[in-house]
Write a protein that binds this ligand. Structure first.
Ligand SMILES: NC(=O)C1=CN([C@@H]2O[C@H](COP(=O)(O)OP(=O)(O)OC[C@H]3O[C@@H](n4cnc5c(N)ncnc54)[C@H](O)[C@@H]3O)[C@@H](O)[C@H]2O)C=CC1
Ligand SMILES: O=C([O-])CC(=O)C(=O)O
Length: 344
């Protein structure tokens, strides 16, 4: 459905659905926590369209059963169930047997806010949902969408560690949207087909922690053009927040990015080789500088993270961006770890 490098109109292709359902013998339950929200709804729809998903479990503190009833009428085979805390067995039933759990639960930004301004509300939401994951589906792949991702991923890791079920290969901060944007923006600049662009983006998921490595795709923008491009990738989220004027942040492009990541995990779980996605994971790349999580290209396999790719060659300008990123990330990660230590 979604190629890691491109999305095609084959999302609706009957022939492809038949081919997948023949090959996708395994049962794949996918759960969305926060399914009633701006991201959760279109994400649920895209997952319903994915023939690799056999069961779709939609949980929210409000609204998920309605979304499930609606999405459940789409004529694909997967079974959809909606859950609220006191309905259909609540979060325990929603999570039981899940292979992938996507978490877009939490508040979005309004103009003038940074992602870190969401910490006070979203940290406890992610902590509590992570406790439920630890209890009900500790072996699932966990995809954290809720912001600030640079801190919410460490929060989930700390919760899983406390529960004795932390598997660094199965925890992913979703930074796919940064690559989607970086690829789209360069295609607009150069007049190329965005489907053929796959700009490497590393670091984290907020402002200056987002580092596009344009040189690795053979592009050499310079001066103001380079500065403008980097700024647009780093602050692409703000562009949407401003345009929505208080009604939230990116939801549709994020749903596409989340669905693409889930599709890549399912492909890898079903034996496909060479599936690569960028993701914010427990990473050795900058551990010597105290940065325990970092986003870079990650090869996925049946066990989750199979290989973390090295950063590779960078220009002097990109190195400066990385230095700024690493300094900021360290603080974001420590904030998440400290939160769980002080608020278990
Ligand atoms: N990683 C990324 O690239 C991106 C992340 N985001 C983040 O995703 C999050 C969600 O954004 P939207 O969907 O636009 O927000 P939204 O407010 O439209 O939806 C959030 C949903 O979460 C639900 N929720 C709240 N607490 C919950 C709990 N304890 N359990 C289950 N559900 C709960 C709400 O009821 C609501 O339906 C935000 O934190 C936003 O910043 C947004 C865009 C991109
Ligand atoms: O900007 C935001 O707050 C939402 C987000 O993470 C993005 O769009 O990349």
């Amino acid at each position: 459905m979604f190629a890691a490098r491109q999305v095609t109109s084959s999302v609706f292709g009957a022939a492809q659905r038949r081919a997948f359902s023949a090959s996708a013998a395994s049962l794949s339950k996918v759960a969305v926590l926060g399914a009633g929200g701006g991201i959760g709804q279109p994400l649920s729809l895209l997952l319903k369209l994915n023939p690799r998903v056999t069961e779709l479990s939609l949980f929210d503190i409000r609204g998920a059963p309605g979304v499930a009833a609606d999405v459940g009428h789409v004529n694909t085979k997967s079974v959809v169930t909606g859950y609220e805390p006191e309905q259909n067995g609540g979060i325990a039933a929603a999570l039981k047997g899940a292979e992938i759990v996507l978490i877009p639960a939490g508040v979005p930004r309004k103009p003038g806010m940074t992602r870190d301004d969401l910490f006070n509300t979203n940290a406890s939401i992610v902590r509590d949902l992570s406790k439920s994951v630890a209890e009900h589906c500790p072996n699932a792949n966990i995809l954290i969408i809720s912001n600030p991702v640079n801190s919410t991923v460490p929060i989930t890791a700390e919760v899983l560690k406390k529960a004795g079920v932390y598997n660094p290969k199965r925890l992913f901060g979703v930074t796919t949207l940064d690559v989607v944007r970086a690829s789209r923006f360069i295609s607009q600049h150069k007049g190329t087909d965005p489907a053929n662009e796959n700009i490497v983006v590393i670091g984290g998921h907020s402002g200056e922690t987002i580092v596009p490595l344009l040189s690795q795709s053979g592009y050499n923008l310079e001066g103001q053009a380079l500065a403008d491009y980097v700024k647009r990738v780093q602050f692409g989220g703000d562009e949407v927040v401003q345009a929505k004027g208080g009604a939230g942040s990116a939801t549709l492009s994020m749903a596409m990015a989340g669905a693409r990541f889930a599709e890549s995990l399912l492909k890898a779980a079903q034996g496909e080789k060479g599936v690569i996605e960028p993701s914010f994971v427990d990473s050795p790349l900058f551990k010597d500088q105290g940065v325990t999580y970092f986003s870079s290209n990650v090869e996925l396999g049946p066990e989750g993270v199979e290989k973390i790719h090295p950063i590779g060659e960078v220009t002097a300008h990109e190195q400066k961006l990385i230095d700024v990123c690493v300094g900021q990330l360290k603080g974001n990660i420590e904030k998440g770890v400290k939160f769980v230590a002080e608020n278990p």
